[in-house]
Write a protein that binds this ligand. Structure first.
Ligand code: ADP
Ligand code: MG
Ligand code: ZN
Length: 610
């Protein structure tokens, strides 16, 4: 945006300069001679002036007989008395010098430029406040960046772990390959397909792969490009896009970030009367209704926030097919890794299965990034090939943020952290069905965490029992429980643990109906969990009474307290192990799975009567 303005200003300056110089040049070559006032006076006395035009500053006129080959002249006007006196002493009066193109530049170009700059500054501020992006300066001209690619090399082979989405899209590919044949049985291809899923799961990649597989042109544009300052421009862009597409059929139009333009009309605090967005959206709807897919034009769009889309967009005959592109499961991750590992030179110990096991929740983009990080690490240590250790480090790096070596903690803090982390670990080791403890460390990482315990699920989980949730909470409370047993006090280090435990407890009460006293009632809506983001609950009305709210709070508190007591119970029984392992952790700073197994042989796993 910055750059664009500078170019605009430069254009103006250059144009003005060019015009002035041209004018000057023409003037000097023309019939007009610029003469000193004294020469004018002389010619006048000699009777050589036939005609004059006197203006405020200038005297223009014509000679009877051309002087120096020029029949017209121009000179600066001088006050009469002054002229008289000067003439008396035979002074050569030069009046013209002031009026060069340079002075003109100073006298009016600069003020003009100044106002131009101020004006642009104001407009930019205004646009920023309105949340508008680029393009508000380009009045009337649609320079939306429509990327047209006709020879895409990406195919379905380059996308893995999203088999369901692929199956749905294969139909589109078949159709695009031969639109005429497809309609032979009267079948109707969906006009629009909406790819829905969290960022980085390969939506853009999939859309390109569809074009690549079908061998058709791919027109892509981002929804945010349609957001314009002036009413009607966005709509013009939509028209333009579809016009271009019609010239290129069979082809695919891909609108990325559809939510930027397809936001529900008239919802939310700020959208009242947002004419421009509404017009753009209406235009898109009109185009969607207007085109006939049997020509071979397919509209794909991607969003990670389908819930804010205008319902009109999702109606039959528009984006009537939604394809979920979710985070990959373990087999999916293995397949994605296989794609990205192909590009790297690998040592023999690298095992995609093992890496996939370490990375639950990673998206395709995360995995691509992981491979890249590992390659960089291997390059840094001058290795011939990327080894498994590089991948382990890269995973840790990505998960916990970069190691902060320069962060110093005093001895007491370190002791507290060691006991806290061992608390988590021992509770996890004692409770059956908990995720394996992979590593305990008191090396501070990232911004927030002072130490960390990495637990890795042995498998991807989609369902959890009440028992498992309670155990998970107990593990989270283990850190604080250890602190309370050993130091008889609490530190601030457990804030995140508390928040997470409370979150689990709250979900158990309000979403999963796991507390008897409150019954099996869902009090809160389940957030769209695959999007990985919480909805703003403040928006939703509370649909239960004041008393229920109090009961929910009590139940949540009881659950968290129960988890804490459970953790305290386990740690008290294993006080000796806690001490030895924490002391060891202080020495070595990290303990991995093997170390822990050796140190915790004496662990009392049996749970007290419960
Ligand atoms: P999205 O559009 O969903 O945010 P992208 O398609 O832009 O995600 O993905 C970014 C990059 O991550 C891709 O270029 C690719 O390298 C990698 N990637 C993402 N998902 C996959 C996948 N399912 N298979 C292979 N690579 C993937
Ligand atoms: Mg994308
Ligand atoms: Zn903790």
């Amino acid at each position: 945006m910055e750059k664009k303005h500078q170019i605009n200003v430069l254009y103006i300056v250059f144009t003005v300069l060019a015009v002035l110089m041209l004018q000057n040049f023409l003037l000097s070559r023309s019939q007009v001679s610029v003469i000193p006032y004294s020469s004018f006076e002389r010619e006048l006395q000699q009777g050589n002036v036939s005609e004059v035009v006197v203006s405020e500053n200038l005297i223009r006129g014509t000679f009877r007989n051309p002087v120096d080959g020029k029949s017209m002249f121009r000179t600066r006007r001088i006050e009469p008395e002054m002229a008289d006196r000067l003439a008396k002493f035979d002074v050569r009066v030069l009046g013209e010098t002031e009026d060069t193109w340079l002075t003109r530049l100073f006298s009016w170009i600069f003020p003009l430029l100044f106002f131009l700059v101020v004006w642009m500054f104001v407009i930019r501020k205004f646009a920023e406040r309105q949340g508008l992006g680029e393009g508000y300066m380009s009045l009337g001209k649609s320079n939306a960046k429509i990327y047209v690619e006709s020879d895409i090399k990406v195919t379905f082979k380059d996308v893995a772990g999203v088999d369901e989405a692929k199956t749905e899209l294969i139909e589109i590919v078949d159709f695009l390959k031969d639109p005429a044949r497809y309609g032979r049985l009267g079948g109707r291809i969906p006009k629009g397909v909406l790819l829905v899923g969290p960022p980085g799961t390969g939506k853009t990649l999939l859309a390109r792969a569809v074009a690549g597989e079908a061998g058709v042109a791919f027109l892509s544009i981002s929804g945010s490009e349609f957001v314009e300052m002036f009413v009607g421009l966005g709509a013009a862009r939509v028209r333009d896009l579809f016009k271009q597409a019609r010239e290129k059929v069979p082809c695919i139009i891909f609108i990325d970030e559809l939510d930027a333009l397809g936001r529900a009309r008239g919802v939310g605090p700020l959208s009242g009367g947002h004419d421009e967005k509404e017009q753009t959206l209406n235009q898109l709807l009109a185009e969607l209704d207007g085109f006939d897919p049997s020509d071979g034009l397919v509209l794909l769009a991607a969003t990670n926030r389908p819930e804010i889309l205008d319902p009109a967009l999702l109606r039959a005959g528009r984006f009537d097919r939604q394809v979920l592109v979710d985070r990959p499961d373990k087999t999916g991750r293995v397949a994605i890794l296989a794609i990205h590992l192909k590009k790297a030179k690998l040592a023999s110990d690298v095992d995609a299965d093992q890496i996939a096991a370490l990375t639950p929740g990673f998206t395709g983009a995360d995995l691509a990034n992981l491979v890249n990080e590992a390659t960089l690490l291997a390059t840094r240590r001058n290795a011939d090939a990327v080894a498994m250790e590089d991948f382990n480090q890269a995973v840790e790096r990505i998960i916990a943020g970069l190691e902060k070596k320069n962060r110093l903690l005093n001895a007491f803090e370190r002791r507290t952290i060691a006991f806290h982390e061992m608390g988590h670990a021992i509770v996890a080791l004692c409770l059956p069905g908990s995720d394996k403890v992979h590593k305990v460390s008191i090396i501070p990482r990232g911004i927030g965490a002072l130490g960390y315990t990495i637990q890795r699920p042995t498998e991807d989980r989609y369902l959890m029992s009440r028992k498992e949730l309670e155990n998970k909470m107990a593990v989270l409370m283990g850190g604080r429980a250890a602190e309370s047993i050993v130091f008889k006090s609490f530190s601030t280090g457990a804030a995140d643990d508390l928040a997470r435990a409370t979150e689990i407890a709250r979900s158990m009460v309000t979403q999963y109906g796991m507390v008897e006293s409150l019954g099996q009632v869902a009090y809160d809506k389940q957030p769209h969990s695959f999007l990985g983001q919480q909805q703003e609950m403040t928006w939703l009305e509370r649909r239960y009474s004041e008393e229920t709210a109090r009961e929910i709070d009590c139940a949540v508190r009881a659950l968290v307290q129960g988890a804490f007591d459970k953790a305290v119970g386990i740690l008290t029984r294993n006080r000796a192990t806690l001490e030895t392992t924490a002391t060891r952790l202080l020495e070595t700073e990290t303990l991995d799975e093997g170390d822990l197994a050796g140190l915790t042989t004496g662990l009392v796993r049996a749970e007290a009567a419960e």
